[in-house]
Ligand binder design. Structure first.
Ligand code: GLU
Length: 275
C-alpha cells in the first residue's frame, strides 16, 4: 500500500508552495487508496512555535486535506534519534565538530557544494585529548557524519525518483553533514530519514530543493538498515518575479488568501490542483 506524508516545520504560516507539496502527497496516496500522514518537524526549539503548528493543522483542514492516524511530532521522539546517533557512534561514523558557521565560511579550503560551502573537515581527525578537553570546557558542538567512512561501508548506492528515474547517490557533494546540531538534539537529515522509515512511508513527495538531501538520506538508510522509499521531487511554485515562494511572500499565504475571500477550491487550483 502506498504511504505518503507531508512534513512541514512550524516556523511560519503555510503558503501556496506548501499547499502544492501537501496536495501532491495527498493525491498520490488517495488515488491508490493509500495512507497520507502528517508529520510536524519541530526539532528546532529556536524557530518552531506551537501557534504555527495549530495554524498548519487548521489551514490543511480548511484546504480539504485529511490525514491518517495521529500527527507525529519530532519533538516527542527524541529517543529515536538519540538511538540512531548511538549506533552511528558505535560504528565510528560520527564526530564532534566545534566549528561555527563563521569558521566554516572563513576556511579557505571549503569547497562549494550545491547548498553552500562544504564542511572542510577541520574537526574530522582531531586527537581524542583535544576533543575531550573542549567537551570538558563546555564548548558547544555538533555531530557530523563522516561521509567517506560511511561510503566505505555502504559502497555504491542509488535511489529512484519518479521524474529522474534511477539516480546514483552522491552524498559527498554535501560533505560531512550535521546529524545533531549545537542547539538541537538531532538534525533534519537524521530525523527525516528515520521518521520516513518508522512511519513506513513508501513514497516521499517533496520539493526539488531537497533533491541533494536525498543523496545523504540514501546513505543513512544504507548504514542504519532502513527502508528505502521511492521519491517524487516536485517542481517548486514561483511568485510573479519567478522566484520560489517563501514565507516572505505574505500574499501567497493560505491565511491571507482565505482572508481575502478565496475559497478552498480556488486555493487548491492556485496550488496546481484544479478540481
Ligand atoms: N520539514 C521540511 C520542510 O519544511 C520538509 C522535509 C521533507 O519533506 O523531507 O522543508
Amino acid at each position: 500500500m502506498i504511504v505518503t506524508r507531508f512534513a512541514p516545520s512550524p516556523t511560519g504560516y503555510l503558503h501556496l508552495g506548501h499547499a502544492h507539496s501537501a496536495l501532491v502527497g495527498w493525491h498520490s496516496a488517495r488515488a491508490e487508496s493509500g495512507r497520507f500522514l502528517l508529520r510536524i518537524e519541530d526539532i528546532d526549539p529556536t524557530r518552531c512555535r506551537p501557534e504555527f503548528e495549530a495554524a498548519i493543522l487548521e489551514d490543511l483542514a480548511w484546504l480539504g486535506l485529511d490525514w491518517d492516524g495521529p500527527v507525529r511530532r519530532q519533538s516527542e521522539h527524541l529517543a529515536d534519534y538519540a538511538g540512531a546517533l548511538d549506533r552511528l557512534r558505535a560504528m565510528g561514523l560520527i564526530y564532534p565538530c566545534f566549528c561555527s558557521r563563521k569558521d566554516i565560511a572563513a576556511a579557505v579550503t571549503a569547497p562549494h557544494g550545491p547548498e553552500g560551502p562544504v564542511y572542510p573537515g577541520t574537526c574530522r581527525n582531531q586527537p581524542p585529548d583535544w576533543v575531550h578537553a573542549r567537551q570538558e570546557r563546555g564548548d558547544p558542538y555538533a555531530l557530523r557524519l563522516d561521509v567517506a567512512k560511511a561510503r566505505a561501508i555502504s559502497g555504491a548506492l542509488a535511489f529512484t525518483d519518479e521524474r529522474e528515474g534511477v539516480v546514483e547517490a552522491r552524498p559527498e557533494t554535501l560533505g560531512d553533514v550535521v546529524l545533531a546540531r549545537r542547539d538541537a538534539p538531532a538534525s533534519y537529515h537524521l530525523c527525516v530519514t528515520l521518521d520516513d522509515h518508522l512511519q513506513e512511508v513508501t513514497l516521499v513527495t517533496r520539493g526539488v530543493d531537497l533533491f541533494h538531501a536525498t543523496h545523504v538520506h540514501r546513505l543513512l538508510q544504507a548504514i542504519l538498515g532502513l527502508n528505502v522509499p521511492t521519491y517524487a521531487h516536485h517542481l517548486l511554485l514561483t511568485n510573479a518575479a519567478g522566484e520560489r515562494l517563501s514565507k516572505r511572500d505574505g500574499a501567497m499565504g493560505l491565511r491571507a488568501l482565505r482572508q481575502a475571500g478565496r475559497s478552498a477550491a480556488e486555493v487548491r487550483a492556485l496550488a496546481g490542483f484544479p478540481t
